[in-house]
Write a protein that binds this ligand. Structure first.
Ligand code: CAA
Length: 388
């Protein structure tokens, strides 16, 4: 049966997330965008309500929502402000590898840490010379007695400046390319430095930093899963988080669509509201279609995960389509506002700036197309979604 009807609990969850976005995020979103400040009080409230760490299973103190429910939360929070939503959601990305492949001890310690107090984790994959090409990373992890020693720099790290621990990918065998990468949990200590906070075009309320590990020592048990299986863990993580990114893009697009629709009914030109002009109506119609299809694609790619199925191509379809649509819808929203859309007194230019990152982070739109092309032309047989 194909049925996207939400249960009463799911509707209530979505309403709770919407209410939070409307009351706690929206009223201050443009201020946080202007100043680029860390929204500490909002994050703490989101943590208290269980909107942060929503994927963490109940046995580790989280609400353990499904991937579909995660999408409901992400869309609403991003409708409020996708920068603040990124800060709220980043623990989910950082802990997905742990949930997928970590030992019981690691899960109990680090998932438990996040649910016991409003703390942060950061996902450290990207490096200055290894963005889309993950296997080109240079960070190393070397075994020394009963420790791993981590050295290297990671950039564009969401929540990096506030993280209590990091999920770090590092080369454990430099000769083996993607088969020589492992994943680790690295707690913050004095050897971990926050080198740079980025001054960004959009999503300015989220913290993005460069993090350097300088002979950082961690216990051998902080290896996530098996040695040299880190690349696969990273790919499987992104399969699990891209539906949520697609939902975030849907939230941004929906916000822009709503602003543009109501403005088009108020703004009078040639003696009638501009919504009466077919040129505007067609733009509004295309925006509505893009929001609708983005949501469906996000939900479908999430439901596959909830059914225990592999969703690599579907999560790339969803992430690519929703991100590109968010860019188009927000650009059109600025167009509907005309010259006013270009100035900061009106809400839509922020949304256009925020939308841009959706085409970049968690795999660019070009990388999603690469995945889609490979999955279409050379479908891989990765049968078990949980096999790492
Ligand atoms: N699930 C399981 N295994 C997978 C997989 C998947 N979805 N995709 C690939 N693999 C496996 C392959 O089967 C292959 O396995 P073998 O070793 O057995 O052969 C292995 O991984 C290598 O696969 P590829 O040959 O496809 O690897 P590649 O080097 O060509 O890279 C890529 C593929 C799709 C380009 C990948 O590197 C990629 O996704 N790049 C984008 C990275 C990305 O999204 N970065 C974003 C960083 S996170 C972020 O932005 C967060 C933030 O804080 C803002």
């Amino acid at each position: 049966m194909v049925d996207f009807t939400l249960t009463d609990e799911q509707i209530a969850l979505r309403e709770m997330a919407h209410d939070f976005a409307e009351k706690e995020i929206r009223p201050v979103a443009w201020e946080f965008d202007k100043d680029g400040t860390w929204p500490a009080a909002i994050l703490e409230k989101a943590w208290e309500l269980g909107l942060m760490n929503s994927h963490i299973p109940e046995e580790y103190g989280g609400p353990g929502v499904s991937y579909l429910e995660g999408c409901l939360i992400e869309e609403e929070l991003s409708w409020g402000c996708s920068g603040i939503a990124t800060s709220i959601g980043a623990n989910g990305l950082a802990t997905a590898p742990l949930a997928l492949a970590g030992s019981e001890e690691l899960k109990a310690q680090y998932l438990g840490m996040l649910t016991e107090a409003p703390k942060f984790a950061a996902f450290c994959l990207t490096e200055p010379d290894a963005g889309s090409d993950v296997s080109g990373m240079r960070t190393t992890a070397t075994r020394k007695g009963d420790k791993w020693v981590i050295n290297g720099s990671k950039c564009f790290i969401t929540n990096g400046g506030y993280a209590d621990f990091f999920t770090v990918y590092a080369k454990t065998d430099k000769e083996k390319g993607h088969r020589g990468i492992s994943a680790f949990i690295v707690p913050k200590d004095d050897t971990v430095t926050v080198d740079k906070k980025e001054d960004k075009l959009g999503q300015r309320a989220s913290n993005t930093a460069t993090i350097t590990f300088n002979d950082t020592e961690i216990p051998l048990g902080n290896l996530i899963g098996e040695e040299n299986k880190g690349f696969k863990i990273a790919m499987m993580t992104l399969d699990r988080t891209r539906p949520g990114v697609a939902a975030m893009a849907t939230g941004i697009a929906r916000a822009a669509f709503e602003f543009a629709t109501s403005y088009s009914k108020e703004r009078v030109q040639f003696g009638v509201p501009i919504a009466m002009h077919q040129g505007i109506q067609f733009m509004i119609a295309d925006m509505a279609t893009k929001v609708h299809l983005s949501r469906l694609a996000a939900w479908q790619s999430a439901v596959l995960l909830d059914q225990g199925k592999r969703n690599t191509i579907e999560s790339s379809h969803a992430k690519r389509y929703a991100a590109d649509s968010a860019m188009e819808v927000t650009t059109d929203a600025v167009q509907v506002y005309g010259g006013y859309g270009f100035i900061k007194d009106y809400p839509v230019e922020k949304l256009m700036r925020d939308a841009k990152i959706m085409q970049l982070y968690e795999g660019t739109s070009q990388i999603q197309r690469l995945v889609i092309a490979r999955e279409t032309l050379l479908p891989r047989r990765i049968e078990e979604p949980t096999a790492v």
